[in-house]
Design a binder for this molecule. Structure first.
Ligand code: TYD
Ligand code: MG
Length: 466
């Protein structure tokens, strides 16, 4: 063990330290979350123990106290956002990259994290200046091969690549190069010489995250950190990383499908309801601007259990298809399986259908899927889910030119949703002939020449639609 090394126990949930092992974290209360770590005790004057930020002198050797600034005279990052050259990424970030911000991008292996970041790196290198791409996973040659595909042969001279896993070396290279944008792919491969544990362990991830935050905030450069997720979709490593960074983006999609969805789970500089859509093709990720149109292409025919619906994500409406299937349960408890909507929401809708529409689902397995791997948020899809289940159960089809949306309450009443007017406009553009929505929304909609707007008071009235 190195000189001055000591053993501490670190909580994988909140990152707090304890001198001895305990079953329950005294800070966040998580059970069995303590990991043993070896930490090298640092010198009193060591800069790495100091807080990040401008209070430090340039070489970090001496921490001068920070000076308070007048809030009114602080230059807002809004005015200096960096364009990544990828419209969908800018949108999810809230209008581009904020200088000095730390962004975490997570996703399953092979989903396209390295690809999207390389594309953004190339654009920023062309437009703004030096970009440093640090890779702990791939060699320079491997990255060059990917760059040849996505940059179409003309890689910017400002794009620098570094195959390195030691975070102190990354910091040193950064000080010399002074890049405008730093990328670290991935945090789980980085290690600090301060700590003895293996890369990817709780305290390594935490220390490397802290060091990257210091680099970003003190030199005012945006930093992108790639992070892996575990099988269940959780970030591998301490949750504390999510608390430390300014934005957490998750990149999801079906790997057998070309579509990829980028969503902000946390964003200190914008909303978290925006989504970005991409398609993986030969030359990297291509933005999908007309997402509703793409999702609709597969939706043209009428079929049992399929219902078109819409949600409002961030600043744009999105048309989706919900599918349901019921089948006689073989015995035991009937299954309720849903992809894209909350399982407990589905259970509630099934209860409403049984009570208000007279369906008998007690001996039926129920499956619901939102097509295209999209996970819509909110309650816009309630009516569509209920009608898809009703359709498959009764064998009655809903006309494919009909769009339904609305929240369903426990009494079976339909509740108004927001932005209905904008959703109707989008439905009209895509050639829908009827829109069915809560009566409270329908009252505020002016009559339209090309689309029939139908307002319903409760779910029972929906029977007449079939
Ligand atoms: P990658 O960005 O390496 O994924 P991650 O960093 O999230 O692990 O993307 C890997 C996948 O994308 C791989 O299966 C190949 C595919 N791909 C394309 O289809 N087209 C391309 O232009 C590129 C670069 C990758
Ligand atoms: Mg990668």
């Amino acid at each position: 063990m190195a000189k001055n090394a000591k053993t501490v126990f670190v909580c994988g949930e909140c990152g707090s330290e304890n001198s001895k092992w305990v079953g329950k974290c005294p800070v966040c209360g998580a059970w069995n979350s303590m990991f043993e770590e070896k930490v090298v005790a640092l010198d009193e004057n060591d800069r790495r123990r100091r807080t990040s930020g401008r209070g430090n002198s340039a070489d970090g050797s001496k921490a001068a106290p920070g000076k308070p600034e007048r809030l009114a005279s602080v230059v807002s990052g809004e005015t200096t956002r960096i364009n990544t050259g990828i419209g969908e990424l800018n949108r999810v970030l809230g209008g581009g990259l904020v200088p000095g911000s730390l962004t975490l991008i997570s996703g399953e292996p092979g989903i396209g994290k390295s690809t999207i970041i390389l594309q953004a790196a190339q654009n920023i290198a062309l437009e703004k200046g030096k970009v440093l791409y640090v890779s702990g996973e791939e060699s320079e040659e491997q990255i060059k091969m990917r760059a040849d595909r996505v940059c179409r042969g003309s890689i910017s001279d400002n794009l620098f690549i570094l195959a390195e896993t030691n975070i102190e070396n990354v910091a040193a290279v950064c000080r010399n190069l002074e890049p405008e944008f730093l990328i670290v792919d991935s945090i789980q491969t980085m290690y600090s010489a301060e700590i003895e544990s293996a890369p990817g362990s709780v305290s390594q991830v935490r220390t490397c995250g802290n060091e990257l935050m210091r680099i970003g905030k003190s030199d005012n450069i945006p930093v992108f950190i790639v992070a892996h997720v575990t099988k269940s979709g959780e970030l591998a490593g301490p949750r504390i990383l999510e608390h430390m960074v300014d934005c957490v983006l998750s990149f999801t999609g079906d790997r057998s499908h070309e579509m990829r969805i980028l969503r902000a789970q946390k964003n200190r500089f914008g909303t978290t309801s925006e989504i970005g859509a991409f398609e993986m093709d030969q030359e990297g990720l291509v933005e999908i601007e007309n997402l509703s149109g793409v999702l609709m292409e597969e939706m043209d025919k009428e079929s049992e259990g399929a219902v078109a619906t819409a949600v409002y994500e961030g600043t744009r409406p999105l048309i989706l298809e919900v599918q349901a299937l019921t089948s006689l349960c073989g015995g035991g408890f009937p299954r309720r399986t849903s992809l894209g909507i909350d399982n407990s929401r589905l259970a509630m809708l099934i209860a409403v259908l049984e009570k208000k529409m007279g369906l008998r689902l007690g001996n039926q397995d129920v499956y619901v899927n939102v097509v295209g791997g999209i996970r819509p948020e909110g309650t816009y899809t309630d009516l569509a889910v209920a009608l898809a289940v009703y359709s498959t159960c009764t064998g009655r089809k809903l006309d494919s030119r009909t769009l339904v949306l609305g929240e369903i309450g426990l009494t079976g009443d339909l509740r108004a949703v927001q932005n209905a007017e904008k959703i109707i406009r989008e439905a009209e553009r895509l050639g829908f002939e009827r829109v069915v929505l809560p009566i409270k929304n329908a009252r505020h909609i002016k009559s339209k020449p090309d689309i029939n707007v139908i307002g319903l008071k409760n779910i029972a009235e929906a029977r007449n639609l079939f």
